[in-house]
Design a protein around this ligand. Structure first.
Ligand SMILES: Cc1ncc(COP(=O)(O)O)c(C=O)c1O
Length: 396
């Protein structure tokens, strides 16, 4: 064994773990960065004698390295990497729900998750109730005899509404042992640790902050529960949901700087949110780090280190036309549907991500026509502010 292979990282900080977990210098060449194991199959010494991998639909060394890092981010025992966030969500539902079972979801979640549950899994007899989970009693009241899973997204997209994860887990466990999964895509384990708050499973779209450079799509399921891990693994192999080696390798490089990036995203976002809050053409700003945020107490209790991530939404005073004008006049921000990477992105939920809802539904969830969502990147914050300022002040 090389002297680099026995580092004890059990008590290390998150930055150390993100850099070192899962990878050692290549034992053959000394290469610091491991090769991409771009292989579909593996030579076996004899029947049943192999080096831990047999076929890349089941496992692959590049994917295993990524999984060690993903587990480390959440201080968890097990992680599995998937081809996309939505394939991780599919595996979650296949593993935990059967025909006739019921899932409770927080009401404002990623539209693709809603589509998957309502338009695909409904065909197989799964039913769902969407509740305003910012009030724990709504979750409690929605529990039925056949409820098997509570699925939360906190902060929510695009309103940044929070759910009290610890309180909801208490309800889930006191009623029956209902499983709780938290989509931690917006904050990552750097800023929020759902498993420590009582959740059973963390789900990621690694496409966002985890990879962080708009270079690869991916997803993950992370847990301390061995039986769940084995079931997720069985489904991943049976359906063919595994992450590709190249994307796993790219994602692994991103994780090395995750802590640094997430902290800087958060600091930039706070500065931009403060600027927007004081701008006369801005009606309101949703950002969990603002003193004016309606759930600021919960944000400070639930999020780590007084930081709240890189996502902001805000409403301009001139409604739909004004919002569209902002979208069309930014230059540094890119008009694109994703989040969590080095480049700042801008979306208009009413005409982009949430166009599938009726106007009334959108209004009920606080997604008004003038609402704009920003994924604040890692550019110099003065440049980000200047770009959005000019766009807001353009004549409609
Ligand atoms: C919060 C959240 N969860 C899950 C997903 C789905 O992930 P993917 O696009 O990697 O399938 C997304 C994608 O935007 C997301 O924003």
């Amino acid at each position: 064994m090389s002297r680099y292979e026995n580092k004890d990282l059990t008590k290390s900080g998150v930055a150390t773990r993100n850099i070192h977990l899962g990878v050692n210098p290549d034992p053959v060449t000394g290469a610091m960065t491991p090769p991409i194991y771009q292989t579909s199959t593996y030579a076996q010494e004899a029947v049943g004698v192999n080096k831990g991998h047999t076929y890349s639909r089941s496992s692959n060394p590049s994917v295993s390295m990524l999984e060690a890092k993903l587990a480390g981010i959440e201080y968890a025992k097990y992680a599995l990497a998937f081809s996309t966030g939505l394939s991780a969500t599919s595996a979650l539902i296949m593993a935990t729900l059967r025909q006739g079972d019921h899932i409770i979801c927080s009401d404002v979640i990623f539209g693709g998750t809603t589509r998957l549950i309502d338009q695909i899994f409904s065909r197989y007899g799964v039913t769902a109730t969407y509740v305003d989970a910012s009030d724990v009693s709504n979750v409690q009241n929605a529990i039925k005899d056949n409820t098997k899973l509570i699925f939360l997204e906190s902060p929510a997209n695009p309103t940044l509404k929070l759910n009290d994860i610890q309180a909801i887990c208490k309800v889930a466990k006191s009623e029956r042992d209902i499983l709780v999964c938290v989509d931690n895509t917006f904050l990552t384990g750097v800023l929020q640790l759902p498993l420590k708050l009582g959740a059973d499973i963390v789900l990621y779209s690694t496409t966002k902050y985890i990879e962080g450079h708009n270079a690869a799509v991916g997803g993950a399921l992370i847990t301390n529960n061995q039986a769940l891990y084995e079931e997720f693994n069985f489904i991943r192999k049976s359906v063919g949901f595994i992450q590709a080696p190249m994307d796993a390798w790219i994602t692994m490089q991103g994780i090395k700087t995750l802590e640094l990036r997430v902290k800087q995203h958060s600091q930039n976002a706070y500065t931009v949110a403060k600027f927007l809050e004081n701008h006369p053409l801005v009606k309101m700003v949703n950002y969990p780090g603002l003193e004016s945020f309606s759930q600021a107490d919960l944000a400070n209790r639930q999020h780590i280190g007084g930081l709240h991530g890189g996502m902001i939404s805000f409403e301009v005073t001139g409604g739909f036309d004004h919002a569209l004008n902002v979208m069309n006049n930014v230059k540094l921000f890119t008009l694109a549907e994703s989040l969590g990477a080095t480049e700042s992105l801008i979306t208009h939920p009413a005409s982009m991500t949430h166009i599938g809802m009726t106007k009334e539904q959108r209004q009920e969830f606080g997604i008004n026509d003038g609402l704009i969502r920003l994924s604040i990147g890692l550019e110099s914050v003065d440049d980000i502010i200047q770009d959005i300022k000019i766009a807001i002040e353009q004549k409609v």
